[in-house]
Design a protein around this ligand. Structure first.
Ligand code: GDP
Length: 300
């Protein structure tokens, strides 16, 4: 928990620090206070839609005389944020299918390969047999980077030559996953942010190939987003959700940013579960997202 707290320190200082400066010690809450709070939430990447909802809920509490002072306001805000995170929360159950196919998507630089490496390490650490597929055939370094991560956890990588058809890699990887009876196949895809139509076509093709080889797969389409990019991450979530059938989110680089409010925005605005959060570059710096822990780390 203290690692998580450290990782979220910038967001805690930026978001909760400003809230505390506004509310703590206040003996009475009025409309002006809520207006100032609204300003803080919006500038902390919590998102306009979610902020408006949170403020409305606080106004109702104020009307019911529930917000006697700054402490009560702070506690109510924390509870309201937690309720929204809980509403969309679910843990990824990779034991539900065999092999479990995890398709990982997202634009270049967000931390996709690192996240896959961290996941491979975590799954092998739990005794799972893992296989990686290097379906990002557009970047020369992508497959090598994936292999380097694979080596760290003793995990094989299925790869083709640079420029090969990603679907062909996926096809081979699915065959290998079944033949070798692996527990989890993690597929890395190209992070080119091209037009929505191209993205859709490419994703459809990959989905089709995977589904043909392993019925019902992919079981999770995990979108990786860089928390530090703030509202850009929100736009990416919108595009990929429409084009690629995202079923879960991994938010990386929360340790380097004060924009941690983005966790609330992407989850609540798109109704998607945040599965993992990245709070550092090390192999064990990927954590299961837990709404209670997350809000505790910010507000405690
Ligand atoms: P990709 O292009 O999406 O595959 O991105 P990479 O996995 O290569 O990561 C890009 C950079 O982000 C690398 O320097 C990673 O070490 C760094 N990175 C990834 N996740 C995190 C994180 O949670 N925290 C921090 N501080 N850095 C991260």
């Amino acid at each position: 928990f203290s690692r998580l707290k450290n990782g979220l320190k910038k967001t805690k200082d930026g978001l909760v620090g400003r809230i505390d400066a506004l509310v703590l010690g206040k003996k009475e809450i009025d409309a002006d206070t809520l207006e100032e709070l609204e300003e803080i939430l919006i500038t902390s990447d919590i998102g306009v839609k979610t902020t408006v909802e949170l403020i409305r809920s606080l106004e109702q509490r104020l009307g019911r005389n529930e917000l006697k002072d700054g402490e009560a306001l702070r506690a109510a805000l924390k509870a309201d944020i937690l309720a929204r995170l809980n509403a969309h929360h679910s843990v990824l159950d990779t034991d539900a299918r065999h092999p479990f196919v995890l398709l990982v998507i997202g634009v270049n630089g967000v931390g996709k390969t690192t996240t896959i490496g961290k996941l491979a390490s975590r799954f092998t650490g739990k005794g799972k047999r893992v296989l990686l597929a290097a379906a990002d055939t557009f970047r020369a370094a992508a497959a090598e980077q994936l292999e380097a991560w694979g080596e760290r956890s003793g995990v094989d990588v299925v790869r083709h030559k640079e420029g090969a058809d990603p679907s062909a890699v996926v096809f081979d990887a699915c065959k290998a996953a079944v033949a070798r009876q692996v527990d989890i196949l993690i597929v890395d895809t190209a992070g080119r942010l091209h037009t929505k139509v191209n993205l859709m076509e490419e994703m459809k093709k990959i989905h089709r190939v995977i589904g043909r080889e392993i019925p019902g797969a992919p079981h999770e389409t995990l979108l990786v987003l860089d928390a530090a990019t703030g509202q850009n991450a929100v736009s990416q979530a919108r595009l990929f959700k429409e084009a690629a059938g995202v079923t879960g989110i991994a938010l990386t680089k929360l340790d380097g940013t004060a924009k941690g409010g983005i966790v609330v925005a992407v989850s609540h605005e798109f109704g998607l579960p945040v599965r993992y959060i990245g709070v550092g570059e090390a192999i064990d710096d990927l954590r299961d997202f837990n709404p209670q822990e997350f809000t505790d780390a910010l507000f405690q």
